[in-house]
Design a binder for this molecule. Structure first.
Ligand code: GAL
Length: 411
């Protein structure tokens, strides 16, 4: 080969080296989404981030409800080895990290992407503090849903309930037919969620707000709340031996397969219905608050711990931008079972259950989730109260009333 050709080849080679290949924006992301639908959903985030020039390293920590994952993530922050991003609930769970100055503000990306305008106002206020935005909210989940198996109800010769009396008639019929009446998970956070369903459905959103927003202990001592405690106590007559050790996704799976009649669970359960190839609203029925229909606004956010490497901020801002982009919001939420956190995305493709939830949100029939109204310590005490009540049947309705009054008055 002539020298000139060698030089030409060398020039090309050097030119390739000279044009810097855009370095991927690396992000290690900690979350607790490991069930079938949760991992399918979070994969939509991973795909979108990588397509946008990111490099997503998954740091999944199993455990429904996220208690373990949050402890691992917080320990890594305190240990000086934070992940690039980590999941919390839309709640006060990350407020202490804000107060300690450990979280990156997201004001620039929030302003650029107009979050204040497009994000649901209840959610937007939950991620903003002292005039700054500290988290990227990614969905709206309601904890207040009753799921049921039309096939199991048919086998027991009963219809879907419209009232709590109907529900107990159905539960009796299922029991008589040898079908698990109520698929309850053994985890305390899910038993607190069953309590919230009874409180909002039977007691009503006003009673819920009097207790958790106004911290009115007299509301807990009221005849209305006694009715709630009595219903919750009676619910324990329909628990099966399999409850202990049962995870939330195993509970909803019993309803999906017709082995159980009912399950109180947030609408992440709907993700499991979808991933099982079933149709929400047809194969599995959904009631957003038996009795008094309401949407309990909760969900998930990602926070971005401050990093030693200033370059990480670019990856964090790119990830925050991608999580909230309209197309990613639709792709993720359709698999997650939640509603998009943006009001400006097309929800016409949502299933019948999702549409019920969005309608409640739109009509104002919603309440802020309890995790937004109480600090994580109180939230933990509520889980313990419900957990003890479900595992120890010697605890009476009056004990539950006293226990809740003690927690609420201690705040
Ligand atoms: C909730 C979370 C949902 C779902 C559920 C079960 O706290 O908001 O996204 O993951 O836990 O793990």
């Amino acid at each position: 080969m002539r020298l000139s050709h060698h030089l030409a080849l060398l020039g090309t080679a050097l030119a390739c080296l000279a044009t810097p290949v855009q370095a991927a924006e690396k992000a290690e992301v900690l979350h607790w989404w490991t069930s079938g639908s949760e991992s399918a959903a979070v994969n939509e985030f991973k795909k979108a981030f990588n397509a946008a020039g990111g490099e997503w390293t998954d740091a999944a920590v199993a455990g429904g409800g996220g208690e373990t994952a949050r402890a691992v993530g917080i320990n890594r922050i305190i240990g000086g080895n934070p992940t690039t991003a980590m999941q919390f609930n839309t709640s006060q769970q990350f407020y202490e990290l804000i107060d300690k100055g450990l979280l990156q503000t997201l004001d620039d990306v929030a302003a650029k992407d107009n979050w204040a305008k497009v994000i649901n106002p209840v959610i937007y206020s939950a991620v903003s503090k002292n005039g700054h935005v500290y988290a990227a909210p990614v969905n709206i989940h309601s904890n207040v849903w009753l799921w049921f198996s039309p096939a199991a109800l048919k086998k027991a010769g009963v219809e879907a309930p419209k009232t709590w009396d109907d529900l107990f008639k159905d539960l009796d019929a299922l029991k008589k037919a040898g079908i698990i009446p109520l698929a309850q998970s053994g985890d305390a956070w899910t038993q607190n969620l069953t309590f919230m369903n009874v409180l909002i459905g039977a007691g009503g959103p006003e009673l819920y707000l009097k207790i958790f927003k106004d911290r009115d202990v007299n509301a807990i001592k009221s005849p209305e709340f006694k009715k709630v405690a009595d219903i919750l106590a009676k619910m324990r007559d329909y628990l099966d031996e399999g409850m202990q050790g049962r995870q939330w996704n195993q509970a909803i799976s019993l309803v999906i397969t017709g082995q159980a009649g009912f399950n109180f669970m947030g609408d992440w359960a709907k993700g499991e219905v979808v991933v099982a190839g079933k149709v929400p609203g047809t194969d599995v029925g959904c009631i957003p608050g038996l009795g008094k229909s309401s949407y309990w606004i909760g969900g998930d956010v990602f926070v971005f711990p401050k990093q030693k490497d200033a370059g990480a901020l670019k990856a964090q801002e790119l990830l925050a931008h991608v999580l909230l982009s309209p197309e990613t919001q639709v792709a993720f939420n359709n698999k997650k079972g939640s509603a998009p956190v943006r009001a400006d995305v097309d929800t016409s493709t949502m299933d019948a259950c999702g549409k019920q939830g969005v309608a409640l949100l739109g009509s104002g029939a919603f309440v802020p989730g309890s995790d937004m109204l109480v600090n994580p310590d109180v939230a933990g005490q509520l889980n313990d109260l419900a957990g003890t009540f479900f595992s120890d049947k010697s605890k009476t309705a009056a004990d539950f009333v006293d226990g809740l009054a003690k927690i609420v008055s201690s705040q």
